[in-house]
Design a protein around this ligand. Structure first.
Ligand code: MG
Ligand code: FE
Length: 188
């Protein structure tokens, strides 16, 4: 008997006990952790590339540097969670993530409006991470792995903060881009 997910509990919703197999939840959770490890690898590489530039956008540069450090810690936490589950770190295979890969391909280093395109792509990437960690929380809860659920929740908060920061600062970034165009600091 399938029961609809409760909407009142929002992010905490999960399948009713007895309606699924715990070993399936555990398998999904481990796959989710492996995907998260690969996702953080992409995040780190993307943020590293962006942190090198952006000399005309000091606030954005600083926020990216902060999230780069957070992403490195997130990847370490995910790797530790896998190790704790008996998955050797050497077997952590960074799964190719189609959607995240596409987001990365949106990054245009050569374009004059690269800061805008990279901001849009970064915003999309953070939301991909948000969806991934929300899903991981449900899987971990269903698998009865409260430690993994806590890790996913902690990381989720940082992704939400980064997404929200980018959303709030986008108007300033666009404005700064316009000013730089006028000053000739940035070619058209
Ligand atoms: Mg992340
Ligand atoms: Fe992130």
């Amino acid at each position: 008997m399938q029961q609809p997910l409760s909407t009142s509990s929002g992010a905490m919703a999960g399948p009713q006990p007895g309606t699924f197999r715990v070993e399936d939840a555990r398998e999904m959770m481990i796959t989710g952790l492996r995907n998260a490890h690969g996702l953080e690898q992409q995040a780190i590489e993307m943020l590293e590339r962006n942190a090198e530039r952006l000399e005309h956008y000091p606030q954005l540069k600083a926020r990216i540097a902060q999230h780069l450090e957070e992403s490195r810690q997130q990847q370490t936490m995910v790797a530790q969670a896998l190790t704790d589950l008996g998955e050797s770190p050497s077997t952590i295979k960074d799964t190719v993530m189609g959607m995240a890969q596409n987001v990365q391909m949106m990054m245009h280093a050569a374009a004059s409006d690269e800061v805008l395109k990279n901001s849009f792509a970064g915003y999309a990437f953070e939301h991909f991470e948000i969806a991934s960690y929300k899903a991981l929380m449900v899987m971990a809860r269903a698998a009865g792995e409260s430690r993994v659920e806590q890790v996913a929740q902690q990381i989720l908060r940082q992704e939400e903060e980064m997404a929200s920061w980018l959303g709030q600062h986008l108007p300033e970034i666009v404005s700064q881009h316009l000013v730089l165009m006028g000053s000739g600091e940035q070619k058209r």
